[in-house]
Design a protein around this ligand. Structure first.
Ligand code: ZN
Length: 412
């Protein structure tokens, strides 16, 4: 008997927790979507997506109305984004340089359901709130476009009772399909549907972008020694492809020119929280001058075949960041730990700046084995590298790869 009572209590609790308003009944709309009188572009998109997917699910097209409109009697109101109707409800807002104000809420209040989030500074909170609701109704977006879309069909849609407030654990969540992959649909839309962030949250350290710190056309003749010495003893010059240009990172003039270029960029883009750059991606970019070679301290990369330039390179990164921060103390510099500069530096001129964000590439790793698994030599090594970096860098980005590179190493 006691067991029966407990079971009954659980069933009762579950049914109470899930009982929310019915928004479509037998294919007939029982709800309206309500926005501010003049909704933001983000709120407009969110309302449109909600209307679109509810129609796909049920066949009923919910009207989108401004808050001042006459509401049909007995209909549920799906309040999308900020409006006068949601005053007093705590909705995330604002921004800071660490991008920590992201978030959204879903709340049921009588015959109203609030779906809203931070829309400031490029956040997509209200859109995420709508996608969260659609996910809870069974929608999924596994790949861009209709090909990867799962939308359950039902003539009646009852919402759960909602009291949700979410904030992400990671400020940046981006998936890049690279230029070589075929796309099945709109990549950015798919990313936002999965609550990913578009690249604008932090600057991206694009491969080979270091040449922008010292444009050859501007400085090539004036300061030829700020460019890398090649293995043949000659400096790179205007004949070099821009994305192949490397700088002589131990030359104090290089630090001055590079910091000056970033300061110029910061002045022209006051809203940007960061600036990203990287030496050329693959290969082993380095300067062969005696100062740079000495500054590498004879340390090799994990392969044991190529010199690691981490000491000279990240000393340069750190010095440039300190110099930029003299004028823009809050700006982040985002750089890649990649190729021959994966290891953290072992010696620096100055204390490591808290404003360097290191994006560590998960190179030569299985994407399906956990980091640190000793069965995989690369996984064990990567854990040690990640821990070493995390002792130095206050903020990090992880550059991970899809499993495609692993297929050649199957089975595990
Ligand atoms: Zn050099």
């Amino acid at each position: 008997m006691r067991h029966c009572f407990i079971l009954l209590a659980i069933v009762t609790l579950c049914s109470c927790a899930s009982a929310g308003p019915v928004i479509v009944q037998d294919g007939e709309a029982r709800a309206v979507i309500v926005t501010a009188e003049e909704p933001s572009e983000s709120a407009k998109r969110a309302a449109g997506e909600l209307q679109h997917f509810i129609e796909l699910m049920s066949g009923a097209k919910l009207p989108v109305l401004p808050e001042s409109a006459q509401m049909p009697a007995g209909h549920v109101r799906l309040l999308v984004g900020r409006s006068r109707l949601v005053q007093g409800v705590e909705i995330p807002s604002g921004n800071d340089k660490d991008v920590t104000r992201e978030g959204f809420v879903l709340k049921t209040r009588g015959d109203s359901v609030l779906l809203a989030g931070n829309e400031d500074a490029g956040y997509r909170g209200t859109e995420y709130a709508v996608y969260e609701l659609l996910e809870r109704l069974g929608c999924r977006w596994y790949f861009p476009g209709e090909y990867g879309q799962v939308v359950p069909r039902s003539p009646t849609i009852q919402l759960p009772d909602l009291d949700v407030a979410e904030r992400p654990s990671f400020a940046a969540r981006n998936i890049w399909m690279s230029g070589w992959s075929d796309r099945t649909g709109d990549h950015d839309l798919w990313l936002v549907r999965n609550k990913g962030t578009l690249r604008g949250m932090f600057a991206f350290p694009g491969d080979g972008s270091i040449h922008r710190l010292a444009p050859m056309a501007k400085y090539g003749e004036k300061f030829p020694d700020i460019y890398a010495m090649m293995s043949n003893g000659k400096r790179q010059d205007a004949s070099a492809q821009p994305h192949q240009i490397m700088l002589c990172t131990t030359n104090p003039k290089t630090v001055e020119v590079a910091a000056g270029s970033i300061v110029e960029h910061c002045r022209a883009n006051p809203e940007a929280n960061s600036y990203g750059f990287s030496a050329s991606g693959d290969g082993a970019p380095r300067c062969y001058c005696r100062f740079c070679r000495a500054a590498d301290h004879g340390i090799m990369t994990d392969s044991g075949l190529t010199p690691s330039i981490s000491d000279a390179y990240f000393n340069f990164v750190n010095n440039v960041t300190h110099k930029v921060n003299e004028q823009f103390p809050d700006k982040y510099i985002v750089v890649l730990a990649y190729a021959n500069r994966v290891r953290p530096p072992e010696g620096l001129d100055k204390p490591w700046s808290k404003n360097v964000i290191v994006q560590l590439a998960r190179l030569r790793l299985s994407a399906v084995r956990p980091i640190g698994q000793e069965k995989d030599i690369f996984a064990g090594r990567h854990e040690r590298t990640l821990k070493a970096w995390s002792r130095i860098a206050r903020r990090m980005l992880i550059y991970d790869y899809g499993p495609h590179a692993d297929l050649s190493r199957m089975p595990y």
